[in-house]
Ligand binder design. Structure first.
Ligand code: MEV
Length: 319
């Protein structure tokens, strides 16, 4: 991978945020996971800069951005590069804004002739992992691939394997009937790394392996229900997954308020992402999507109805 900006022209890419339907946290420990790319994008562009490396016109912002710095550590360059980014995805909300930024950057890096599409997913993961120090490639792979993806599962069409030392995560694309969901940001920002470390400590206790098996079980059930287009079954699995997330200590009073607000109108709902704040995902009962959005807004959240999944990261054609 290189940063080469051919001919000095501006190149840009867009990459979607994500929501995790099942299996967050347990995926870090090898469990299965199901993610949905959102139709909310982060846009990243690279062009020549007059003054070293800048982010949105500012060299200090560039030097303080852990994701950009992580990319520069992996692929050092002498080029002077202006990185610009705009986002429809709120930051620190559990909706994959960092993963989308990493995927956008990885999409703009130029692969060597021997590298295939899987190298973009690997590069996006390495950038994010280098910045966060912990985590799985689920978020970045969802952003690179788009649609619905499974990680560490036998279900779906094989896309790629992402590696970290001798650890491997298999990533597959899942075809499924449309599943309308609502995602909503609570307004409570959180740190993925802190949540992942806290869950790691919890799972190191004697009942950790049994808890992990319960996560895997409910995620397999959720993947099967999504594949079969059975929204009521998806909802029941979500409620079970949420209980496990409570058990490992990553729910939050604001998230619980939002889940209570939608309960009468939802097949099921759960936190999505690392938890300890961040966002929830809801599968509305038939005909109740607008009510769910209104209830979440009335409870103080910012809500999006996600009709069809987002498309995977791609270079934008020249204007
Ligand atoms: C964060 O969006 C999802 C976690 O499972 C961490 C990860 O997979 O990197 C909590």
């Amino acid at each position: 991978m290189t940063w080469a900006i051919a001919g000095g022209t501006r190149r840009s890419a867009r990459a979607p945020g994500k929501c995790i339907l099942f299996g967050e946290h347990s995926v870090v420990h090898g469990g299965p996971e199901l993610l949905l790319a959102l139709d909310l994008d982060v846009e990243v562009s690279l062009s020549r800069s007059a003054e070293g490396i800048t982010l949105n016109g500012n060299p200090t912002t560039a030097s303080e951005n852990p994701y950009l710095q992580s990319a520069l550590v992996r692929w050092p360059t002498r080029e002077r590069i202006a990185v610009r980014t705009t986002s429809q995805v709120p930051r620190s909300a559990g909706l994959g804004s960092s993963a989308a930024f990493c995927s956008g950057l990885a999409t703009l890096l130029r692969p060597s002739p021997t590298e295939g599409p899987a190298s973009v997913a690997q590069a996006a993961f390495e950038i994010e992992r280098g910045a966060q120090g912990v985590g799985s490639p689920g978020d970045t792979s969802a952003s690179v691939a788009g649609g619905l993806i499974t990680v560490n599962s036998e279900v779906g069409e094989s896309l790629w394997t992402v590696a970290d030392g001798d650890r491997r995560w298999t990533v597959r694309q899942l075809a499924a009937p449309p599943l309308p969901v609502v995602v909503a940001y609570s307004g409570v920002p959180r740190s993925t790394a802190d949540a992942v470390r806290a869950v790691g400590r919890r799972l190191a206790q004697p009942d950790g392996p049994a808890l992990l098996e319960s996560f895997a079980d409910v995620t397999r059930e959720g993947i099967d229900a999504v594949r079969g287009g059975d929204a009521a079954r998806v909802g029941r699995a979500m409620k079970r997954n949420q209980q496990l997330l409570r058990d490992v200590g990553v729910s939050h009073p604001r998230l619980e308020e939002l889940l209570t607000a939608v309960e009468p109108h939802a097949e099921g709902a759960k936190l999505t992402g690392a938890g300890l704040g961040g966002s929830v995902v809801v599968v509305p009962r038939p005909g109740e999507l607008e009510t769910v959005v209104k209830r979440l807004a009335r409870a103080g959240a910012v809500a999006w109805a996600i009709g069809s999944p987002g498309r995977g990261a791609a270079v934008r054609p020249d204007p």
